[in-house]
Design a protein around this ligand. Structure first.
Ligand SMILES: Cc1cc2nc3c(=O)[nH]c(=O)nc-3n(C[C@H](O)[C@H](O)[C@H](O)COP(=O)(O)OP(=O)(O)OC[C@H]3O[C@@H](n4cnc5c(N)ncnc54)[C@H](O)[C@@H]3O)c2cc1C
Length: 415
C-alpha cells in the first residue's frame, strides 16, 4: 500500500501519503531521515514538536452541497466540538466499563445532549449538524472504517498519537521501500510468489541443506517450498481474515485466530482529479464538502448508487506540477467499495457534477472548469469523454484506486 506514481507529471501517492507523527519515536520517520528522503522543514525540530493530537487540520475552504461557502468560524467551532468529543473517547482506555460499545454511539450520545442546548434557528442547527456529519466521515477515513459505530470505544485510546506535523516525502513515499530493498543483498527478495500455506511447528528436510531440520516450510501457490527456522508474516489483515483456515498448518492458536476475526479492516480510496486550471485559491490545502440535510444523529440509508459520493470528505490539494493541478478526494467505507464497482467514467461524471454543484451555484458559471474531460487511469492511458457543459476551459480528470478486499484497507486501530 505504498506506491508513488508519476502519471500526472509529478509525484502522486496512490497509497500512503503522510508520515503521521514524524518525530524521533516514529520508526518510519527515523528510517526516512536516515535515508535522506526528507526535506529540511520535515526534519526540523520545530516540525517534530508540533502536537496535533491526531486531529486533521482545518479545511482551507468549506462548500455546502448547494454551493454556499461556509464561514470558517462555524467550521472551526464544529471542529473544536468534534475533536473535543474524540479526545474524550480516548479516556475509556483504563475504564472498567464503557457507557456504550462504540466510538460512534458515544459521539452521538454526547452530541444529542449538547444539541438540546443550541439556541440558534433551525436552519443554523441543521447546518451545524451537516458540518459535524462531514467530520464523522473524515474520522471514518482516519480510522479506515465504514462507520464509527464499528470502532470499539474501550481500546480507542490505545492508538498512540506521536508529536510532529504530518509530512510527505518530496520525491515519493516509495523511496522508502526502494531504499530498504537496495540495502538487502541482491536476489534476496522474490516477487510474484504468493504464499499458499505456512507449515510450522514441524521437522522439514531440504535437499540443499543435508542433515538440517527446519521447523517451518513456506509453501507457495506454484508448489515451491522455502524451509526456514523463523518466519515473519506481514500479509495484510484483510488477507488473513479471508484465508485463515488454509494459511497456517497447523492452525493458529485459538486466541490469535479470534483476534484476527475480531479486528476490523475497512476500505479507503483516493480519487485523483486533474485540472488544467485550478478553481481553488493558491494557498488552498484542503477543500471540504458538507452535504446539507445530513446529520450524524440520523441514519438514513439512501441507495448507494444515488448517494455514495456523499461520503466523500472533500479534496486535498496536491502541490502543482508545472501547469498540472491535481485534487485528491478521500472516501471510506461501503460507499468507497460501491465506487470500486463503477467505471472511471461514471466516477468522473458524478464528481464533475458534484464539483459544479458545490463551487458554482450560479447556472451561468456552471461547468467553468469541467468541460472536455479526459480520463486517465493508473497506468496513464487516456480516454476521451464528453464533459457535457458548454464552458471554455478544459480539464483532465483522473482516478486512481488503491484498495481491494484483501490488500487495500487502512490498518485499523479498533476491535
Ligand atoms: C489509500 C491509502 C492511503 C493511505 N495513506 C496513509 C498515510 O497517509 N499514512 C500512513 O501512515 N499510512 C497510510 N496508509 C496505510 C499504509 O499504506 C499501510 O499501513 C502500509 O503500507 C501497510 O504496509 P504493510 O507492509 O503492512 O502492508 P502492504 O503494503 O499491504 O503489503 C503487504 C504485502 O503482502 C503481499 N501479500 C499479500 N498476500 C500475500 C501472500 N499470500 N503471499 C505473498 N505476499 C502476499 C501483498 O501483495 C503486499 O505486497 C494508506 C493506505 C491506503 C490504502
Amino acid at each position: 500500500r505504498i506506491r508513488s506514481e508519476r502519471s500526472f507529471g509529478g509525484v502522486v501517492e496512490v497509497g500512503a501519503h503522510w508520515i503521521h507523527g514524524p518525530s524521533r519515536g516514529n520508526p518510519v520517520f527515523q528510517l526516512a531521515a536516515e535515508y535522506g528522503l526528507l526535506g529540511e522543514k520535515e526534519l526540523s525540530e520545530e516540525n517534530q514538536l508540533v502536537e496535533t493530537g491526531g486531529h486533521v487540520g482545518l479545511p482551507s475552504v468549506t462548500y455546502t452541497s448547494s454551493g454556499v461557502r461556509l464561514s470558517l468560524q462555524l467550521v472551526a467551532e464544529m471542529a473544536t466540538l468534534f475533536y473535543g468529543l474524540i479526545d474524550q473517547t480516548r479516556e475509556f482506555l483504563q475504564a472498567a466499563e464503557t457507557p456504550v460499545p462504540s466510538v460512534g454511539e458515544y459521539l452521538r450520545k454526547e452530541l444529542s445532549r449538547l444539541v438540546v442546548g443550541w439556541t440558534e434557528d433551525e436552519e443554523t442547527k441543521k447546518l451545524k449538524l451537516a458540518v459535524l456529519n462531514a467530520f464523522f466521515n473524515l474520522e471514518c477515513c482516519v480510522s479506515g472504517t465504514h462507520s464509527m459505530d464499528l470502532v470499539a470505544l474501550a481500546p480507542f485510546g490505545e492508538y498512540a498519537v506521536l508529536p510532529g506535523l504530518d509530512c510527505t516525502f518530496p520525491k515519493g513515499y516509495q523511496g522508502l521501500t526502494d531504499c530498504m530493498m537496495a540495502s538487502l543483498p541482491q536476489d534476496t527478495v522474490v516477487f510474484e510468489k504468493p504464499v499458499k500455506t505456512i507449515h510450522w511447528n514441524g521437522a522439514f528436510q531440504e535437499a540443499a541443506f543435508p542433515g538440517e531440520t527446519f521447523p517451518v516450510s513456506v509453501e507457495c501457490e506454484d508448489g515451491d517450498r522455502f524451509p526456514a527456522h523463523h518466519v515473519i508474516v506481514t500479509v495484510p489483515l484483510g488477507f488473513l481474515k479471508e484465508h485463515l483456515d488454509t494459511f497456517f498448518d497447523p492452525p493458529l492458536p485459538a486466541e490469535k485466530a479470534e483476534a484476527i476475526r475480531k479486528i476490523g479492516f475497512g476500505t479507503n480510496n483516493k480519487i485523483f482529479l486533474e485540472f488544467e486550471e485550478p478553481f481553488w485559491e493558491p494557498d488552498c490545502q484542503l477543500i471540504q464538502v458538507v452535504w446539507e440535510d445530513t446529520s450524524p444523529l440520523e441514519d438514513p440509508v439512501p441507495a448507494l448508487r444515488d448517494a455514495w459520493f456523499r461520503k466523500l470528505i472533500g479534496f486535498v490539494v496536491l502541490p502543482a506540477f508545472g501547469s498540472v493541478h491535481v485534487l485528491c478526494g478521500f472516501i471510506a467505507g461501503l460507499e468507497s467499495e460501491f465506487m470500486e464497482t463503477l467505471s472511471d467514467e461514471e466516477v468522473l461524471l458524478c464528481l464533475t457534477q458534484v464539483l459544479r454543484r458545490v463551487t458554482a451555484p450560479d447556472p451561468v458559471c456552471r461547468g467553468s472548469h469541467t468541460s472536455d474531460v479526459l480520463l486517465h487511469d493508473a497506468r496513464g492511458s487516456a480516454v476521451g469523454m464528453e464533459g457535457g457543459a458548454a464552458a471554455p476551459a478544459q480539464a483532465l480528470v483522473g482516478q486512481l484506486r488503491s484498495s481491494s478486499h484483501a490488500g487495500g484497507g487502512w490498518d485499523p486501530h479498533f476491535l
